[in-house]
Design a protein around this ligand. Structure first.
Ligand code: NIG
Ligand code: FE
Length: 400
């Protein structure tokens, strides 16, 4: 057993401090200055003042840099091939996003070899890690046949235990004439083939898109998935007002993601469900689609549990950067830097129902992010500068 002392931590953000009221449903940022910690066998064995650090086999002096829990990216769609940059460019000149472009990625993903898909996912995961993410959730959803969805989830499972069945991403082009038959495929043979490879099931519940799923279709997919042993998450209220949030709360989903267009009833449902259902905000999507940003300030003030994630995908946000998301949350959604860091770590871990990652605690995994900066404030302050990187990752969420 070897121990490494990490000393000279200018600011240690544990996300494991006393409740401070700023983070509904959880403890505060837990800031310590001039701190040190000892990592033993990939776990945090000691946390304290730099001056008191015990002897260890190795010593890393961070010379005043900040250390945070590794970012938890609880929403990504990394298993895809194909390029949709032109769709992004068209949106920048006024085109609206309605989910129709997903079909382009489906075609390219089906045509890709397994080797190529694995390679693409590996590159994207490495890109995330290089920016400080240590736990990631990966969805399927660009195969939309029994075999292609099972293949996507098998590949995702090589990188993370947080895999999500998203056969109900859109109705694929060949099934448009018979939506009911497609929902039967998803809730029958596709679910059966995918459930062994997935922890979660998700659905794009969006009556505002002709490609996505209605409330009834979404309920059918989610209840069948739950009966197959999967836990639930929902894409909801992304393109307009709709039933996604209320359905997620009704079914006890761990998270409802996007939450861009909410009414008062949605917000009060989320407040009542704050211990069960997290509102995961994905501001990279609003950046990339020119939509209005979700009202993070209003949600936090109301007492909703909020998480942040990238939604890294080829359509609405091809960014794998949690620091970028934090900067957007601060600049565009009225979150304080501390709230944004908490939501990107502890909050996002809650959205995955994980208590081990997203915080720095004795006995927990040493999944840490170090900043080339003295405090967490620099994540938004130095937007666009690559100051975050994973420091010591045991594998809280990674399958190494
Ligand atoms: O989360 N909204 C549905 N799914 C993705 C976008 C997928 C795509 O356009 O390729 C999202 O935004
Ligand atoms: Fe998504």
């Amino acid at each position: 057993m070897t121990a490494t002392a990490v000393v000279g931590i200018g600011e240690l953000v544990t996300c494991d401090g006393e409740a401070d009221g700023a983070h509904p449903g959880g403890p505060g940022l837990g800031l310590r200055t001039d701190a040190a910690l000892v990592v033993e066998d990939g776990r945090v064995a000691w946390i304290g003042d730099s001056a008191d650090v015990p002897d260890a086999d190795h010593r890393i002096d961070l010379e005043g840099r900040a250390v945070l829990p590794g970012f938890v990216d609880s929403h990504s769609h990394l298993v895809f091939d194909g390029d949709r940059a032109a769709e992004f460019a068209a949106r920048m000149t006024g085109e609206r996003y309605d989910g129709g472009g997903i079909g382009v990625s489906v075609g390219a993903t089906r045509a890709a070899s397994e080797h190529r898909l694995r390679e693409l996912v590996g590159r994207r995961v490495a890109e995330m890690r290089a920016q400080g993410t240590t736990t990631v959730e990966i969805k399927g959803g660009y195969g939309l046949t029994v075999d292609d969805e099972a293949r996507s989830l098998r590949i995702a499972g090589e990188f993370t235990p947080e895999t999500t069945f998203l056969g109900a991403h859109v109705v694929p082009p060949e099934a448009r004439g018979d939506r009911a038959a497609y929902v039967e495929l998803v809730t029958g043979p596709m679910l059966e083939a995918c459930a062994p490879h997935a922890r979660w099931a998700d659905v794009f519940c969006e009556p505002n898109s002709p490609h996505a799923f209605t409330e009834d279709e979404s309920r059918a997919v989610l209840t069948a998935s739950r009966a197959a042993g999967l836990e639930l998450r929902v894409h909801g209220n992304q393109l307009g007002p709709g039933p996604g949030v209320r359905l997620a709360v009704e079914l006890g989903a761990a998270s409802v993601d996007h939450c861009t267009f909410l009414d008062e009833a949605d917000v009060s449902a989320l407040v009542d469900a704050a211990d069960t259902t997290i509102a995961t905000l994905l501001p990279g999507v609003e950046f990339s689609t020119r939509s209005p940003y979700p009202d993070a300030r209003g949600l936090l003030d109301a007492g909703v549990s909020v998480a942040l994630a990238t939604d890294c995908n080829p359509g609405t946000c091809y960014s794998s950067s949690m620091p970028f998301v934090i900067a957007l949350a601060v600049r565009e959604m009225g979150m304080t830097p501390g709230e944004a860091v908490w939501a990107a770590t502890r909050g996002s871990a809650k959205a995955l129902r994980r208590d081990d990652v997203g915080r720095v605690t004795v006995g927990g995994p040493a999944d840490l992010t170090v900043l080339e900066a003295p405090s967490h404030l620099h994540l938004a302050y130095r937007a666009g500068v690559p100051i975050a990187r994973a420091l010591v990752t045991r594998s809280g969420g990674w399958v190494d």
